[in-house]
Design a protein around this ligand. Structure first.
Ligand SMILES: [Zn+2]
Length: 257
């Protein structure tokens, strides 16, 4: 495998094996022999890629609007939210490629701390990876704060990780960071810039209390009927008669809330 020779400050390129001098004060370098982008994490050296940015700002705004109009957020969020800035950034992920008899599998772990949980669970978009190089011009790339060893520790806890580790790499995933306001409060959503998937950890979600109220009401009614009516046929009839208005109420709540 690859190694970092601390005394000489030299790193072997994981792609071609060429010996490069590690510039001081940075963990990024371009291999002088094959041109690969290389990231140095303590004693390990990996290739550094980035996922191409396929979604532009206008498309990101449209993806955000669709997400706001969808079912996971509060009703009419797309109309009621005030959209602020939409800015590009890129987020680091550790990539692990496994090879076994059945083929290849890829697992990613976050390379930086994130308050957005979905980012930690992000699957790497399929398709070509570009060399990271100097990154995207004018785009903030979030620095790696999770060491490779930590990510490998998380990997070991996963059950689906199996087979021979064929490659480990660092990949920056392109995102659009979207600021918006809803009822006077600021929120942040992210749009993944290769597929257009929108995500956020904290957003104006549908209120849950009306759903809970309907469920509790239905439970209490069935409980009382179960005690009052002993005849199984009568009980079935009363249950059915109760279920219709409870379901209608649930439907009404779904539409109104
Ligand atoms: Zn090289």
């Amino acid at each position: 495998m690859t190694a970092l020779d601390g005394s000489q400050g030299k790193v072997s390129c994981p792609q071609c094996g060429g010996e490069n001098v590690l510039p001081t004060g940075t963990s990024l370098l371009l291999c002088a022999f094959c041109g690969a982008s290389v990231f140095v994490d303590r004693s390990q050296v990996v290739i550094h890629y980035r996922v191409p940015r396929l979604i532009d700002e206008a498309q990101a705004r449209e993806a955000l609007r669709r997400w706001m109009a969808g079912n996971s957020t509060v009703k009419d969020l797309d109309r009621l939210a005030t959209l602020g800035t939409v800015e590009p950034l890129s987020f680091p992920m550790w990539l692990f490629r496994f090879q076994d008899a059945s083929g290849e599998s890829v697992i990613v772990e976050p390379g930086a701390a994130t308050p957005i949980g979905e980012l930690a669970d992000l699957d790497l978009p399929a398709g070509k990876l570009d060399p990271f190089g100097d990154g995207e011009a004018g785009v903030e790339s979030i620095a790696v704060s999770v060491p490779l060893a930590t990510a490998k520790g998380w990997l070991a806890q996963r059950t689906k990780a199996g087979g021979q580790l064929a490659e480990q790499a660092l990949v920056h995933v392109p995102l659009w960071r979207c600021d918006y306001q809803y009822q006077g409060k600021p929120y942040v959503a992210l749009v993944e810039a290769s597929t257009g998937r929108a995500m956020a950890s904290i957003f104006p979600a549908k209120a849950e209390s009306p759903y809970v109220a309907v469920a509790v009401l239905g439970f209490i009614l069935f409980l009382i009927e179960g005690i009052v009516f002993k005849n199984p046929f009568l009980k079935a009839f009363v249950y059915a008669a109760t279920a219709v208005p409870v379901l209608a109420l649930a439907y009404w709540v779904t539409r109104k809330v």
